[in-house]
Design a protein around this ligand. Sequence first.
Ligand code: ADP
Ligand code: SF4
Length: 692
Amino acid sequence: MARNPRYDILFEPVKIGPVTAPNRFYAVPHAAGMTNSMPRMRAAFRETKAEGGWGVVCSGYVSIDPSSDDAPLPFATLWDDDDIRSHALMTDAVHKHGALAGVELWHGGGSVMNRTSRIPPLSPSGTSWMATHVNFMGNQRPRIMDAQDIRSLVRWQAAAARKARSAGFDVVYVYAGMGYLPYEFLLPEWNQRTDAYGGSVRNRVRIVRELLEATHEAVGGHCAVALRISLEELRARPSDVAASEAHEVVELLADLPDLWDVKLDSSPTDCAPSRFTAEGSHEPIIEFVKKVTSKPVVGVGRFTSPDAMVGQIRRGVLDLIGAARPSIADPFLPKKIDAGREHDIRECIGCNICISSWHDGVPVRCTQNPTIGEEWRRQWHPERVAPAGSASTVLIVGGGPSGLECALTLARRGYEVTLAEAADEIGGRLRFETRLPGLAAWGRVLDWRRGQLERLPNFNLYRGNELSAEEILELGNTHVVIATGSRWARMLYSPLEVPFGSLAGPNVYTPDDIAEGAQLEGPVAVFDFDNYYMGSALAEHLAKAGHSVAYVTPTGHASAWAIMSNEQPQVHRALANAGVSLHTLSRVSAFEPGELTLAAQFTDRESRLACRSLVIVGARFPNDSLYHQLVEQQDKLAGAGIASITRIGDALAPGAIVHAVYSGHRYARELDADPQAPSFRRDAPLRVTPTA
Ligand code: ADP
Ligand code: SF4
């Protein structure tokens, strides 16, 4: 198919200082959990984006000196010759496809704890980000930088820029965003200096200017020099000489960088979840930059629609369409637009599981794209699958995320696939969950797979078909995949912090009951020890339906795990806005319609709440009775022509949608594979420099 001429503008080259991006698709720096100890995985992961048509592909954050050490969070380094070789694997891989390679040089300043290097962290005035969540807290305050430290910082940046050039990077960053060191100089909360680097905006911006100048000099006109800067806080601050301090900063530096990479300040606003924030949320903050500088501007907005991208360029907001998440969910997004296949784009759903993997300290994973991070390790390509290894037929029971992903990948491989779904519509848990506040965009998991499957002639769908073990035996497929999901339990929570006991009385519900249409009497209490989105989304949903709702959790926060997916601050705002009362560090100890008894998690002190309906969002268990009925009839399986019965997704181990999709994909990739082959390759650091 030919490209829609409306999108031609996206494929224009853009000059960035001394280098030229082949098009306007720019995969911005983002944390991907791949440190220098995984150089081959990292190179293959970024190569896939370049192969998919991104004109510029950037690294994640790369430390310029051991005084910037984010451990245990996974960060890269450019400290020595081994590091140069490690990054060169990526630049070579990216260049093979005609793309430019960018590197985000980084110093974390007072926002890192230097837990590995044990060097006291550096900061303008000895203050640091304190954090409201223990995952990000530390006990050592940074030391105040003196004039010598400032000179060292500039020297480290220049040295790292020279190494970046040697490693083959085309775009070299100065990073003044997200609470990291140069950003700390920009804001008075961090910077109370009385020397030439503190006070007026002109003084506060001085370090960024010096870093840019030093980087230009270090790369000697061979690489473009980009400035990545957070403008959200600065934009909110009035200025005597410009429309805001953000305007003043951009005016002061205007044409000094070859490229402006503009963003917001905190991970929850910059990488905002779709549950609370629409696409294009950066525009009101960054829209002015292009009017001030003559240099190209790149920014993000979780853009997946080519029309929205064209709009950004035509309206003079951006020159390059930046993407982190859309390039993870679909590394081939640019190529699909180029080929007139925009309907094939696997759109990011904005769930932020990708960012949670960085917080977890592991390579990136994605709800929509199970192949991400597995390009080298498991040799999974997002667009290519191995042909079927046999003429086997496969029956999949259950059309939720795991069953659908499994069906799609098997059908792409060429297997004859039949999927039976008990309900009238496919989608599994998504049928209900996408109706909860803010979760509509998650429906893309279903929409994309349904759209792809509809075009495959070897895929057969039977809806409204609840299969029994006997029927499965009669159907006689070679392989049977049980993707029948899970059910929430009416279990309570023990002081040992495990699900325990149960409440069987009247007016006790689970999310399954609400999905099935249970009508609740208010006031309602939601007891959440699942800790992800379901508890808070249900509380919000029930409050919006007019109930008086109390949210109870044994943890210290609502949706405690959602700190990992950048959702938690907004969960608290959403619950407050919906009028939900919050009862943290509390567990339910007894309930009768009318009264709920809570026990304080650490003291056991009891309190009571008026409550007529209790919703427990806690333990989930597999819906796997069908599986057990089948395996118990081993004697009949061979006669029925069935060679294997396998559980996938929640029917195997209940988890988030990302786990279900991955499970379905993995089964489909590995069907008929050599059972002796190792399941994945292990990467190792490149080390040629002898250690003393
Ligand atoms: P997962 O997240 O693992 O994909 P879901 O709970 O989202 O699991 O989906 C499971 C799907 O399986 C549901 O749509 C459910 O209706 C379907 N299902 C459960 N039992 C049967 C059965 N016996 N026959 C057909 N479909 C079933
Ligand atoms: Fe988008 Fe979710 Fe994938 Fe991240 S994990 S890229 S937010 S779909």
